[in-house]
Design a protein around this ligand. Structure first.
Ligand SMILES: NCCCNCCCCCS
Ligand SMILES: [Mg+2]
Ligand SMILES: [Zn+2]
Length: 343
């Protein structure tokens, strides 16, 4: 399987993450991508290719122009006001307030985000653009006939809405790729999010559509991020009714239970008969992940990949979460190896 990777992920160098009332070193750090890349090479998974540059057109098929314009100048707008730290949202349009875009950067940071743990810094824009190019390059490989491809994206994307950043995400790489499949002639696309967290951004982007089906398995939002979306009664809206599925699990969930959800998801995908499948691949379902509460082992990722391979669909993997950096390379490549074993 080919991998697409860009060293420009290193432009994403935030040094702060608001957590527990203090600023910690971010969980979403450069060593995540470098460790996965090393494992891909060491395991000889396949060629590693640099991304082509696609520009903003495919990004704007999913994200709004005003959000993209905000992201592009957010760091310079922030520093222009002489702020000493990294750009962190601290005020939001709460219930009963006006949902309009203020002029000031503090107001715009809040308007265009849903969470405060994701600091914007110098280089964030470049890294987010490169991450989208990585996804689109891998998507083009699959659309061009490769049975599968791995987009080693950093920063991740599945929490990003059309005009919201958060959860370490800025551009929704999986959604941008799904839309690219559609724009290139795929009639139906399925996006399956196996990251520990709900793919709230991906769900929201396609929630009223039946041409891109979205499914996510994740920790109970009553207990974990993103807290305010991802419940099982969210099944889609309007034409999209029945084309969103959330499968929610409690603390301590082992693979033996999680795999039943995977089976349900796979059956739903088989019935949907998509022309392409996008897997939002987070491995923060791992038993030792520092911010999650499932109990999957490294060996379980081989079985996860195998089941996904059995779908026999043209498949794009976009890298999402996973924060146990010592194990992330093994776990990610295990999914991809397991996938190939079933093909
Ligand atoms: N105390 C940890 C809070 C983490 N909040 C953001 C989680 C984003 C996961 C991205 S896959
Ligand atoms: Mg998920
Ligand atoms: Zn996650």
């Amino acid at each position: 399987m080919k991998t697409v990777f860009s060293p420009l992920h290193n432009r994403r160098t935030a040094t702060t993450e608001l957590d527990g009332g203090i600023l910690i070193a971010p969980h979403e750090k450069p060593s995540r991508a470098e460790t996965i890349l090393s494992r891909v090479k060491q395991q000889q998974l396949g060629d590693v290719l640099p991304p082509q540059e696609f520009g903003l057109a495919p990004v704007l098929r999913v994200h709004t122009q005003d959000y993209v314009d905000f992201l592009r100048t957010s760091w310079e707008d922030w520093t222009a006001e002489g702020k000493p730290g990294e750009a962190i949202p601290a005020v939001w349009p709460g219930r009963g307030m006006r949902h309009r875009v203020p002029k000031d950067i503090d107001g715009r940071l809040g308007y265009y985000s849903f969470a405060a743990e994701t600091s914007i810094t110098e280089g964030t824009w470049e890294a987010a653009c490169a991450s989208a190019d990585v996804a689109l390059t891998a998507q083009a490989l699959v659309a061009g006939g490769e049975p599968a491809a791995f987009a080693l994206c950093r920063p991740p994307g599945h929490h990003a809405h059309a005009d919201l950043f958060g959860g370490y995400c800025f551009f929704n790489n999986a959604a941008i790729s799904a839309q690219a499949f559609r724009d290139q002639g795929a009639r139906r696309v399925a996006v399956l999010d196996v990251d520990f967290h709900h793919g709230n951004g991906t769900q929201s982007i396609f929630y009223q559509r039946d041409d891109v089906m979205t499914i996510s398995l994740h920790g109970d939002p009553d207990l974990v991020f993103p807290h305010f979306l991802g419940f099982e009664d969210e099944t889609g809206e309007g034409p999209g009714e029945g084309f969103n599925m959330n499968l929610v699990y409690p603390p301590g969930t082992p693979f033996g239970v999680w795999r039943d959800g995977l089976e349900t998801a796979c059956r739903r995908i088989e019935a949907y008969q998509p022309d392409a499948l996008v897997i939002a691949l987070g491995v923060d379902t791992f038993e030792h992940d520092p911010i999650s509460f499932f109990k999957l082992t490294s060996a379980d990722y081989l079985l996860m990949g195998e089941r996904l391979g059995k779908l026999k669909l043209p498949t794009l993997f976009t890298m999402e979460g996973g924060y146990d950096v010592d194990a992330i390379g093994v776990n990610v490549v295990n999914v991809l190896r397991g996938f190939e074993s079933a093909r």
